[in-house]
Design a protein around this ligand. Structure first.
Ligand code: ATP
Ligand code: MG
Length: 414
């Protein structure tokens, strides 16, 4: 069992614990004692490691991947072999892979999708400019680090699997998942261009937006047929917040003919980001309207929640002001309710006292005091309202009154 090799040393690397299994092998968290930093060590499945043809190709692809230097591509630092175990070393990424995140959360909020698109597209475009195609873009190969940044892993490695005979991609469940993201030309075994990565990435984006993959099936054949022959299902049926504009962009990136897709992956994501921004601005406008009407109905908690949601979508001074206005009105309203309660309680007690005809007693003195007290509070409130009213009247008067020198310009609002 691959598990047994945790806590041993492979080359100079100490394997600490197992992270997970994939189509090629098992990933361990490890330690590079020289540099004293954490690494991820991918140890190849024994049946692959025994195939010299595969190992040679894998080594070659790993070397090419190791040349990539991009903040959103995992750094591959070493490949090696010890006692028949073949391994690949990369930076350890502390985070969650997108496959498990999608499984947990379903569709991802538009704002987060928008933030993730750009960095992944740039990483792919960069690799393409270096002559490398990923060939296996899928959520399991993107790790969302704790600082929120998405990192692509496993660049080009699947190529070595495609190139050897006797090892079928369908032979493991993990690899079977790969068909769900595979471009039609890749399924058909045609020559690949960077557009294949764009297609796989677009499948992933479709899933991030709708919570569903466009082509699923019970058998690999069914999934393959979907990619090659079937039209893209409208994602609005899964998530009604999406628009036909988004659908059209996805359709272009998922074109069956690779030459019909966007030229660069970031062309696809830029169009998508603009469309998402449109949806978000409509959503923010309606949150603002709902918030204001709730505030006017004195449902301050709910109004505040609307403004806070809008605030999480966009940095906007108007929304900040609405939220603080809402909080301010809530405080005043709570004070007024408190006073109203006090007045009601007091008048009820006075009425009771009157009915008992015990008006002249000790209690009376207490209540007279209480009433005076309330009167005093109302007095303060009325005085401050008067001050507010006076100052408002004064400022509007100042705005209307012409300046002594007759200059109109100075009277214009700043
Ligand atoms: N550099 C890394 N740092 C931390 N975790 C990693 C790293 N690379 C992979 N992992 C994690 O290790 C697990 C296994 O990854 P692996 O790449 O073997 O599987 P996969 O991506 O599901 O399949 P495939 O073999 O097709 O890539 C996954 O949970 C993945 O998120
Ligand atoms: Mg992987």
């Amino acid at each position: 069992m691959a598990d047994e090799i945790a806590n041993i040393t492979l080359g100079k690397y100490q394997l600490l614990d197992k992270v997970g299994d994939g189509g090629f092998g098992t990933v361990y968290r490890g330690r590079d004692p020289g540099l004293e930093h954490e690494v991820a060590v991918k140890v190849l499945h024994p049946e692959l490691a025994r195939n010299p043809n595969f190992v040679e190709r894998f080594r070659r692809e790993a070397r090419l991947a190791a040349r990539l230097r991009h903040p959103n591509i995992v750094l591959v630092s070493d490949v090696g072999e010890k006692d028949g175990r073949f391994y690949l070393v990369m930076d350890y990424l502390d985070g969650q892979n997108m496959a498990s995140m999608l499984k947990e959360k379903g569709p991802i909020p538009l704002l987060q999708v928008k933030a993730l698109l750009g960095p992944i597209a740039e990483a792919l475009d960069y690799a393409h400019s270096q002559g490398l195609i990923h060939r296996d873009v899928k959520p399991a190969n993107i790790i969302l680090c704790k600082n929120g940044s998405p990192i692509l892993t496993d660049f080009g490695l699947v190529k070595s699997l495609n190139e050897i005979s006797g090892y079928s991609l369908t032979s493991t469940d993990v690899a079977m998942g790969t068909y769900e993201y595979m471009a039609p030309e890749q399924i058909q075994g045609k020559e690949l261009t960077p557009a294949a990565d764009q297609y796989s990435f677009a499948v992933m984006v479709y899933q991030m937006l709708s919570g569903q993959i466009p082509f699923s099936g019970v058998t690999p054949f069914e999934i393959q047929q979907g990619h090659v022959n079937r039209p893209i299902p409208n994602p609005l049926q899964y998530n009604p917040i999406l628009t036909l504009g988004i659908f059209a962009i996805l359709q272009k990136a998922l074109a069956k003919d690779p030459t019909q897709r966007y030229i660069a992956v970031s062309d696809f994501t830029k169009s998508l980001e603009a469309e998402i921004a449109k949806i978000l601005s409509v959503e923010i406008r309606s949150l603002k309207q709902e918030g204001v009407s709730l505030m006017n109905r004195r449902q301050f908690d709910q109004a505040g929640a609307k403004f806070k949601t809008a605030q999480s979508m966009i940095a906007n001074a108007e929304i900040d002001n609405l939220l603080s206005e809402c909080l301010r009105r809530d405080v005043i309203w709570q004070h007024l309710l408190e006073m109203e309660k006090l007045v009601k309680e007091t008048s009820a007690e006075i009425a009771q006292m009157r009915s008992k005809e015990s008006w002249i007693n000790k209690k009376e003195k207490v209540f007279v005091f209480l009433i005076r007290n309330i009167k005093e509070k109302f007095g303060i409130l009325i005085t401050s309202m008067k001050i507010m009213g006076d100052s408002l009247r004064e400022s509007s008067h100042r705005e209307k009154a012409p300046k002594k020198d007759g200059s109109k310009k100075n009277n214009e609002p700043i």
